[in-house]
Design a protein around this ligand. Structure first.
Ligand SMILES: [Zn+2]
Length: 290
């Protein structure tokens, strides 16, 4: 009976994945080796469960993100953490070797990003907006905006085949208001996969239990008992849907489902990618409404 259930689950996912002619290719791009996990880990887990392919790309190596470690040793530790995330979430995780805290939107890094998007044959690219508090986040946003459109220009980074179609570019959710607040165009219900998302965050031991509590002055809140880490991460790192996100959830899932949705991740459409109609969004986010 159990085998039959597993088989029908796999078959169902197979059908979702190939409702179009091939699995979707999603690339999420963050500045640091935990950014994509925080903003998109649940959505990534849903894509993977449906047979689609997700890559997380960190534009810096995270070598400044600790109070008592740093440089190459820290970068190595953080790369090992991304490998653990890759295992836990079923994503591919790449880290570019640029210094943390020193990122600038240079031409050479733009080229690196163009190559990564092309090599992944991305249908969807998700990155931060450019009005974030952290300079690395802001410049990652700029670098990805600068890569949009250019991914299809053959004479730019000619060593990697250009994409024939500009992907759909999206922004991760943030709470910054100026010059304009985040607009929740898409909201994904991640309630069913919240444990997966937390497992991804838990792999970044250097961050969630060491660096972030230190820089945020809340070290005493970190439970010493690892059995309590999941609850801690849930309270500290997972936002409840705000009214704007709830509105988007209502649009994609219907009024009757809204009260069952406890956790969500939201995205805004970037104007520099391919235009995204309602139908396009339903195709590239096949979990919407389910
Ligand atoms: Zn970051």
């Amino acid at each position: 009976m159990k085998t039959l259930l597993i088989l029908s689950f796999l078959l169902l996912n197979f059908c979702f994945a190939f409702a179009q002619d091939r699995p979707l290719q999603i690339i999420m791009i963050g500045a640091h080796p935990d950014d994509c996990d925080i903003k998109g880990g649940g959505t990534a887990a849903l894509f993977v469960a449906m047979g689609h392919h997700v890559k997380f790309l960190s534009v810096t190596n995270g070598d400044a993100g600790h109070q008592s470690q740093g440089g190459g040793m820290l970068a190595k530790r953080r790369i090992a953490e991304t490998k653990e995330v890759a295992k836990r979430l079923g994503v591919s995780y790449d880290v570019l070797d640029n210094h943390d805290g020193e990122l600038l939107p240079t031409l050479s890094i733009r080229m690196e990003i163009i190559r990564k998007i092309r090599e992944w044959k991305a249908d969807v690219v998700i990155a931060p907006r450019t009005n974030d508090y952290h300079p690395d986040h802001r410049y990652t946003g700029v670098l990805v905006q600068d890569a949009a459109f250019m991914v299809g220009v053959p004479n730019v980074a000619p060593d990697v085949e250009p994409l024939r179609k500009n992907p759909i570019f999206l922004y991760f959710q943030d709470n910054f208001k100026k010059p304009n607040p985040f607009q929740a165009d898409i909201a994904v219900d991640i309630t069913q996969v919240i444990d997966k998302k937390l497992a991804g965050l838990d792999a970044h031991q250097s961050q969630f239990y060491e660096w972030l509590p230190w820089i945020g002055n809340y070290e005493e809140e970190v439970p010493s008992d690892p059995a309590k880490h999941k609850e801690y991460l849930l309270n500290k790192r997972v936002q409840k849907p705000n009214p704007e996100v709830r509105k988007a959830l209502e649009k994609w899932y219907g009024k009757e489902k809204i009260d069952q949705i406890k956790y969500a991740e939201a995205f805004e459409i970037c104007e520099y990618g391919s235009p995204a109609s309602m139908e396009d969004i339903k195709r590239i986010f096949p979990m919407l409404g389910k």
